[in-house]
Design a protein around this ligand. Structure first.
Ligand code: T5A
Length: 213
């Protein structure tokens, strides 16, 4: 077993199946003997979960794009300091349901300059990056239909229109193209088992673990 932990982030639009697939990946890695921490953003620590409530509740226009990004990065810093970095230092594997690529996608689609996001990122996380980012990609309408079928009240982000979510998808795909060594795009419109197999195959190749497929 590797002596040091790995940091895997799962990204994608609404209803892409991130939570579902994270459960499967966690079980597969645990089956190999790894200790796995599953976490999420915004959130993942006591303080960051408090900030999440500010971000998720209220009207679509509650925060302007810069304020929203500052809140996201305050939450991210606390999440890293309290949860992610200590777990990695203990040699554990960390899987995060969303991370910084969601800021590029969502706050970028909301109008924030990507250079500003890079600056905030440099302050909050230094040079730290995920070992692997899986971008679960699917048509906006499919993801929104899945999310709507599953849950009750929507949040501030889901309430934005299809045009916003198309921009989110485009930014995720552009990030994957710009950083192919870190990112892998997974076709999330396929059935659950097929998506899980694609993720297992990608993690096995990229991170050198023998996951069952
Ligand atoms: N945000 C976040 C920012 O704006 N900036 C940031 O920096 C960060 C980190 C978080 C929001 O915060 C924003 C982005 C988000 O809008 P959230 O509550 O965490 O929101 O919600 P989401 O991450 O969008 O989670 P969802 O629950 O909508 O989507 P998931 O987790 O991708 O999907 P999942 O697994 O819950 O599945 C949804 C439904 O689809 C079914 C599942 O069974 C479930 O019912 N499903 C499938 N059905 C058919 N085929 C498949 N392959 C399926 N996979 C799942």
């Amino acid at each position: 077993m590797p002596a040091s932990g790995r940091f895997i982030t799962i990204e994608g639009g609404e209803g892409a199946g991130k939570s579902t697939q994270i459960g499967r990946l966690r079980d597969a890695l645990a089956g190999l003997g790894h200790t796995v921490v599953v976490t999420r953003e915004p959130g993942g620590s006591v303080g960051a979960e408090e900030i999440r409530k500010l971000l998720m509740g209220g009207g679509v226009d509650r925060w302007d794009a810069v304020t929203e990004a500052l809140l996201v990065y305050a939450a991210r810093r606390d999440h890293l300091v309290r949860t992610v970095w200590p777990a990695l230092a203990r040699g554990e594997w960390v899987i995060s349901d969303r991370f910084e690529d969601s800021t590029r996608a969502y706050q970028g689609a909301g109008g924030l300059d990507l250079a500003a996001i890079e600056q905030l990122g440099a302050v909050a996380r230094g040079s730290f990056r995920p070992d692997l980012t899986l971008i679960l990609d699917l048509p906006v309408a499919v993801g929104r239909a899945r999310a709507a079928a599953r849950r009750g009240p929507s949040d501030r982000f889901e309430d934005r229109g299809d045009g916003f979510h198309e921009k989110v998808r485009a930014i995720f795909l552009a990030t994957a193209s710009a950083e192919p060594d870190r990112c892998a795009v997974i076709d999330a419109a396929q059935d659950l088992d097929t998506v899980a197999a694609a993720i297992a195959a990608t993690v096995a190749v990229r991170l050198g673990v023998a996951l069952p497929r």
